[in-house]
Design a protein around this ligand. Structure first.
Ligand SMILES: Cc1ncc(COP(=O)(O)O)c(C=O)c1O
Length: 424
């Protein structure tokens, strides 16, 4: 496995030649990942936000196996099937009433591309063809495809090399940190937002933002009132609001969706990652009735996008089972408990002088270090201590499956503390 990996495989955000170590996985169950070295690690990453209900779950396995015994895929152009219609209905039930139509795609990045195209086509249908640009905040992250990179932070983010190849959008400073935001009048970000919206709204199709937490752009938590004010601004200046809940959706921040912290409703919503509980890649772009109607009633009357694996039945079946599973237990209580343990644990670790700050929201705990973390070095020590985490830049963060026991979570945090004290 490792020889072929070295010879033929390219890993995410990695070099093809100068490789950091990778760890061979042979099995995963619950919150444990079993390595080919014989080691067992507790998962603190939920495989990048996805595995909220843990690995190899009998209910999710059953759902996918049942669908597999019927059919694994058919094209979605001209066909429909129960996995897709039941999942779309479920998404409709758990999201605000004004959001109605669900467009399935294969990945979070594509769902954001789709959202952007929906926004542009909506304004086209309203005879406002000049509204085709996007306004977003610094430190945002919406994916790795060209369109999504253009609305991610092109200067500070991980995409700076591509800056000149990307569409030029409008940017404002990122939302103030949750602890420094007081109100809209003192928010530089909102002031800039209003300035650009008032001057350029005839060019702007939508504002796009990750609600309540900026993920890959720095794991930054911001104030719910920022979202309340942003919603008002978008309505005032006749610009759509796209909320990217790909990371924050399905309970991760302590509410079902990030926007529930602020009680606002987007015009377009992007869902992905944990929608299938980490089983398969699936994403959804959900649009309001008004957008769906307007696009459909105006020539050409169709939306020009159609992924080959759109609404894959295996992915839809497991997503539906995963959402039902989430609602079958008191996930809010579980996430609250995780939050409590993360807060007290990270506070203790933050006594190490290498730690600059720590922050927690829901089942997300972040240690911000003063300096960039040596990922290969710290990850090896973490694995040796039975823990799986994947720091990036100067951030070490924990976002375990919701089903993690208190004992396992405390063990994970304790081991992290030991490793940090060895490393620094
Ligand atoms: C907020 C947000 N949007 C979009 C994406 C892209 O999703 P995907 O990796 O499934 O393309 C991510 C991935 O980390 C994300 O965190």
């Amino acid at each position: 496995m490792h020889k072929n990996d070295k010879l033929f495989v390219w890993h995410p955000y990695a070099s093809a030649i100068d490789k950091n170590p990778v760890y061979g996985v042979i099995k995963a169950k619950g919150v444990h990942i079993y390595l080919d070295s014989g080691k067992k690690v507790i998962d603190g990453m939920s495989s990048w936000w996805c595995a909220i209900n843990g690995y190899n779950h009998p209910i999710l396995n059953k759902a996918i196996n049942l669908q597999l015994s019927k059919f694994s895929h058919v094209m979605f152009g001209g066909f429909t099937h129960k996995p897709a219609t039941d999942l779309a209905k479920k998404i409709n039930e758990i999201t605000p009433k004004s959001l109605q139509k669900v467009f399935f795609s294969d990945s979070g990045s594509v769902s954001v591309e789709v959202a952007m195209k929906f926004a542009v086509q909506y304004w086209h249908s309203k005879n406002s063809q000049s509204k085709k640009k996007f306004l977003t905040v610094r430190n945002g992250y919406h994916g790795d495809t060209m369109g999504t990179m253009s609305v991610s932070d092109p200067t500070n983010g991980m995409h700076s090399i591509f800056k000149k190849s990307l569409l030029k959008q409008f940017y404002v400073p990122c939302p103030e940190d949750v602890n420094t935001y007081t109100n809209k009048k003192n928010s530089k970000s909102l002031k800039e937002m209003e300035k650009i919206l008032s001057e350029k709204n005839k060019q702007i199709a939508a504002v796009i933002i990750e609600p309540i937490l900026q993920g890959a752009g720095g794991m930054r938590i911001y104030h719910p009132d920022y979202l309340v004010q942003l919603r008002k601004l978008c309505s005032k200046y006749n610009v759509l609001l796209i909320l990217d809940e790909i990371a924050t959706g399905f309970g991760r921040t302590g509410k079902l969706f990030g926007f529930n912290h602020a009680n606002i409703i987007p015009d377009i919503l992007c869902l992905g990652k944990s929608i299938t509980g980490g089983y398969m890649s699936l994403a959804a772009t959900v649009v309001s009735k008004e957008i769906a109607k307007s696009i459909s009633c105006k020539d050409p009357g169709i939306f020009m996008h159609g992924p080959t694996y759109m609404a894959n039945p295996l992915a839809c079946s497991v997503a539906l089972a995963n959402i039902k599973l989430l609602f079958s237990y008191d996930w809010e209580k579980k996430v609250k408990n995780i939050e409590k343990i993360l807060k007290s644990g990270l506070e203790k670790i933050s006594k190490n002088s290498a730690v600059k700050d720590f922050r927690v929201i829901g089942a997300i705990g972040v240690l911000e270090m003063h300096d960039k973390v040596d990922v290969a070095s710290i990850q090896k020590k973490l694995v040796d201590h039975g823990v799986w985490l994947r720091p990036f830049s100067n951030l070490i963060y924990i976002m375990p499956p919701f089903i993690i026991s208190q004992k396992d979570l405390k063990f994970l945090i304790n081991q992290l503390q030991i490793v940090i004290n060895i490393e620094y």
